[in-house]
Design a binder for this molecule. Sequence first.
Ligand SMILES: *Cc1c(COP(=O)(O)O)cnc(C)c1O
Length: 384
Amino acid sequence: MNNQWMQFANDVKALYSKDFVPLHEPTFNDKEIEYVTDCVKTGWVSSVGAYVTRFEEKLAEFVGVKRAVAVVNGTAALHIALMVVGVEAEDEVLMPSLTFIATANAVSYLGAVPHFIDVSMDTLGVDPIALKAYLNKIGEMRNGEFFNKETGRRIKALVPMHTFGHPVSIEDLVAICKDYHLELVEDAAESLGSYYKNKHTGSFGKISAISFNGNKIMTTGGGGAIVTDDETIADYAKHLTTTAKIQHRWAFRHDEIGYNYRMPNINAALGCAQLEKMSEFVEQKRKLTIKYEQLITNLQGVRLFKEPANCDSNYWLQTLILDDTHNREEVLAFLNNNGVMSRPIWTPMHNLDMFMDCPKMDLSVTDSLNERVINIPSTPIKEV
Ligand SMILES: *Cc1c(COP(=O)(O)O)cnc(C)c1O
């Protein structure tokens, strides 16, 4: 590999003042210690406690929705979100092939079938123009529901994902879902703190999922949340994620098969502390983008992915797009061998054994990005 990548690796290590720079680390200080210690000292570490309610309220306020339901992880949030909008076995659910596996897994848990859509170069998320043309070609309305003419299955929902925190063209997708009678479930796992025309991602769909895994912009250790403006749906999601138990001071009565998906209080305590710092994290990540923009001026044939028009991205993971003078594997090997942790984008879902036979449209943009996208260290730093 040539000198330009060596220079870049050295610049990144200097930026972080480290010999090995991880992709993304959580940032904690006294607040986390205070809240978590409170849980340990009072014994309220598990399934009951005040931090869960507080976290749900603060999160709903941050996202600008009526309700949030805290759960064990983002995958569980997606699973329940899809269930409560009525996705059933043998339905198809539209989603990008370019996503983390959780999106496709959650659909599969319901016995439904992922149906893969191509993405736009401008957003790295579902391309509304390509989607609309494709739906016109393969689908038809029957008694107010949309069906895939080729497979005979009902197409029930669309799950767009805000890749690396960058908002997808969500307004256009809202319009498509209205026209084709599809439920809109946003996979906003990566986009806490990202806005489309000043409205928070995850507040456009009927219901949305957020993740607080250790590598996300803020963390609860492991965790996730469902957010929605619909009180009825929120109540039902809360019920399902807490074993469908009927409230009673001592009796165990459950009115359907529920899930033990609730977020423990100790995780919610961590979440409350992290949420207080969200604006700071976003600001630092946005500054990091400006810094990286300077650092890559010496790299030929490489561009830094920037937020789409009318959007304010949280820049969760910084993203380089290589042109074909670079070999992605060589670049990844070089950076990882030289102390700069970097990762390829996820293997597209349609290339994985489990999802290979799922319905899909032409995925040329996805295939092209798959060869050219890498993520570089993105931990927010104070003194950029
Ligand atoms: C992180 C993530 C999830 C959820 O992940 P969990 O690890 O279950 O919290 C879902 N979708 C996307 C796109 C993600 O990046």
